[in-house]
Write a protein that binds this ligand. Structure first.
Ligand code: NAI
Length: 734
């Protein structure tokens, strides 16, 4: 359907020539009744003549269109609108187009040069539009065009007066768009490029001829049509091309911290960051703009921002400097707690009295009252929340751009249910991932001087990469993919609408999880659940399903936070048992999106990843190592088979008795590791006590030494033990 203006009354100012004439003709051709306004002045605003407007009116009428002329200056805004009302009884569209030029270098700009330009362009548009405004509001329809210019948007030598007026019109239009919205009164701005008498003095003649005003008119007509819902837009248009403009803002940088004066030095030191458009945002309105200031206020107040450049001299120059940052210890933080925090945390990760099994975590009077193992992340959070990260020399990062990427937690003993825990955090490594930086933060937590747990936070800092660091680290606890088979167990558990509101009381106060406007700024449609809350859900699913809710069986957990969860969604935890490692994958049931990936829980009992942290007396310690070797053989089997080409038998003794037999086959197929009586022939067989085996594995004694001391008995091809050493040594380094 073609766009008709039948029944509409359109006023075009300065329509006696150039662009205005073209608009007037185009509107009239599509059925509009047009008021052709033109003062008939010269390009500098001098003189007056009715000829220009009359000529255009004649043209329109000759083609069967409806038009009247008006010869007033736009400075008499009311009169122009009155002409429309007198001739056609209403006013629907105002195209503010009239304009003059008084170009001068700034030093030579006179008061008159300045005032005339403001009067015609800015004040004229204001007066004409104001005269039309109430008519439009009352009839609940109106379309207004402001005419700006590239000179205003970008600046242009010799056009200070004109630039000021033209960009002033953009500001005027922005507010009219807001005030007019609920009355269906829309206001848009164009910055045209066309050959006209205004441009013929600055453009070569063939360009003036080529850039026809008729290439601009279609945009004006569309923006003024009732079907067009655009308002507050700014468009560059010419030569038949149309583009829309908007504001862009750098991520910026907070240069202030709590209880410290803001200094110009801090501004200087962060200048590159303040002006860096990487990952720029596009605030679309004043609210969006203001929200970031509100966020900074709250972050500074909560101590999340530590921007004192004096505290980070190396960082202030180069952003991230791993050589300075790695190994840095953040001052210890102390966490005092009672059973209240344990219970609050358990509720936060979805425990409920509906499940009788949960009571031991929810009731301090329960005979087995315990703290959930994953509560161990809470004391160590303090190291990050207190602004610790941004005070590290060599780590000049924007804490507003931090994402929690992964978490590893290992417990060395069950957590107490009250007391004082001291956490010591160290920057373990800083990696350069190109698009961002990854900070590995290792936190050891002690109770009365004894190590209780270890946390590794993997923190991604968006946009902070490119400093020339390494991409990977041997210190990183890597996520592991789940086995490629159906899960052994699946648990679905609903989070509540208030899950995040409850979880945050355990100490993660980031407004992203409660304040809709903060969430919107982060690009989320609503506040999201804490990653560590889903982590808590998944961990307790494993604990219940595979360890009878016994916290002492819980050894370690690793997760990668893949996607956000909204409070109220259901978490579906899929679990695969591989020895005592339980692989997990957590999804949002409603969307099937994976939210925790590459995750696993290690339980005490038969398997684990780190021999150093084993507790005594639970099964055989060597089982853990064989399980681990088994995993490696699965990954690298063919490679190892090529290198080693032998079958190793192991007899593990405990208290002088035969306790287990293992076969490491690195000869056949792609290799295997199996527990149970020997099948087939081993090239070499070792007999060793469980505890001595651990010493060998941990590199405390080498196999030769163990052999000569009689701890290790060998049958078969003893030379092959050298090859074995390679495998064990590698493992000891893991
Ligand atoms: P133009 O000079 O052909 O048209 C302007 C018209 O406004 C003239 O007919 C003039 O008599 C009339 N006028 C001047 N003062 C008036 C007043 N006080 N009251 C009523 N009418 C008055 O120039 P052109 O190029 O068609 O310009 C139209 C608009 O587009 C102007 O606002 C101009 O600043 C703007 N513009 C044009 C560009 C171009 O490349 N042609 C570039 C950027 C902006």
């Amino acid at each position: 359907m073609s766009l008709s203006f039948e029944g509409r009354v359109v006023l075009v100012t300065g329509a006696g020539g150039g662009l205005g004439r073209e608009y007037a003709l185009a509107f009239a051709q599509r059925g509009a009744s047009v008021v052709v306004n033109d003062l008939g002045a010269d390009t500098k605003g001098g003189g007056k003549s009715s000829a220009a407007a009359d000529k255009v009116v004649e043209e329109i009428r000759a083609k069967g269109g409806k038009a009247v002329a008006n010869y007033d200056s736009v400075e008499d805004g009311e009169k122009l609108i009155q002409s429309a009302l007198d001739a056609f009884g209403r006013i629907d569209v105002v195209v503010n187009n009239a304009g003059i030029l008084r170009d001068r270098s700034f030093a030579r700009t006179s008061d008159l040069d300045w005032d005339l330009i403001q009067r015609v362009h800015l004040r004229g548009s204001f007066l004409v539009t104001r005269a039309a405004w109430n008519h439009m509001k009352n009839q609940k329809f109106g379309r207004i065009i402001m005419t700006a210019s590239a000179a205003g948007i970008y600046g242009n030598f010799g056009q200070a007066n004109y630039s000021a007026a033209k960009l002033g019109l953009v500001g005027l239009a922005n507010t009219l768009a807001i005030e007019g919205r609920k009355y269906n009164v829309h206001c848009n701005t164009i910055a045209p490029v066309a050959g006209s008498r205004l441009t013929e003095t600055i453009m070569p003649p063939d360009l003036v001829a080529a850039l026809k005003p008729e290439y601009v008119a279609p945009l004006v007509l569309w923006l003024c049509h009732e079907q067009c819902q655009e308002s507050g837009g700014l468009f560059e248009v010419g030569a038949g091309w149309i583009g829309k403009l908007r504001w862009e803002r750098t991520q910026g940088c907070t240069v202030r911290q709590k209880n410290q004066p803001a200094t110009p030095e801090a501004v200087r030191d962060q200048w590159d960051k303040i002006c860096d458009f990487t990952d720029a945002t596009k605030p679309a309105n004043a609210q969006e703009s203001l929200q970031s200031f509100m966020m900074v206020l709250s972050q500074v107040e909560s101590g999340e921002i530590n921007a004192n450049p004096a505290a980070a001299p190396a960082a202030s120059v180069s952003g991230i400097n791993p050589a300075v940052a790695v190994g840095h210890k953040i001052p210890p933080s102390t966490f005092d707690f009672t059973h209240t925090q344990c219970i609050l945390y358990a509720l936060g990760v979805g425990m409920s009295t509906k499940d009788p099994d949960h009571l031991r975590f929810l009731y301090e009077g329960h005979p087995d009252f315990s703290c959930l193992p994953t509560f161990a992340v809470i004391p160590s959070m303090a190291a990050m929340m207190d602004g610790g990260l941004s005070s590290v020399p060599g780590l000049s990062i924007d804490v507003t751009r931090i994402l929690h990427g992964e978490q590893y937690l290992e417990l060395y003993r069950p957590l107490p249910t009250s007391g004082k825990l001291v956490s010591e955090a160290t920057i373990a490594d800083v990696l350069d991932k190109g698009s961002g930086a990854v900070i590995l933060l290792d936190v050891n937590t002690y109770s009365s001087g004894e190590l209780v747990c270890f946390n590794q936070f993997t923190v991604f800092v968006v946009g902070a990469g490119g400093f020339g660091g390494r991409r990977t680290s041997e210190k990183a606890k890597a996520p592991l993919p789940p086995p490629k088979r159906a899960p052994d167990a699946v648990v679905v558990d609903a989070t509540t609408r208030d899950q995040a509101a409850l979880y945050r009381l355990s100490g993660d106060w980031n407004p992203l999880h409660i304040d809709p406007s903060f969430a919107a700024m982060g690009g989320f449609k609503a506040p999201i659940l804490h990653g560590l809350c889903s982590f808590g859900f998944a961990a307790r699913h494993v604990l219940k399903h595979f360890a009878d809710n016994d916290p002492s069986r819980f050894k370690a957990i690793k997760v990668r936070f893949a996607k956000p969860v909204l409070p109220g969604q259901s978490l579906q935890t899929e679990m695969w048992k591989e020895g005592d490692r339980i692989h997990i994958q957590c999804k949002v049931k409603e969307t099937d999106a994976v939210v925790l990936a590459g995750a696993y829980v290690d339980l005490h009992g038969a398997s684990g990843a780190s021999p150093e942290s084993l507790t005594q007396g639970e099964g055989l310690q060597s089982d853990l190592v064989f399980a681990e070797i088994g995993r490696r053989v699965k990954d690298l089997g063919s490679e190892l088979v090529k290198k080693v080409n032998a079958v190793f038998g192991w007899e593990i003794t405990k208290d002088g008795k035969n306790a287990a037999q293992w076969t490491i086959d690195l000869k056949n197929g792609s290799g295997s590791v199996q527990k149970g009586p020997f099948r087939g022939k081993a090239d070499v067989t070792f007999t060793v006590a469980d505890e001595d085996f651990m010493e060998v594995v941990q590199g405390k004694i080498n196999p030769q030494k163990a052999f000569f001391s009689g701890k290790l008995k060998v049958r078969g091809n003893i030379m092959l033990s050298q090859k074995l050493e390679v495998i064990l040594k590698d493992y000891a380094k893991l």
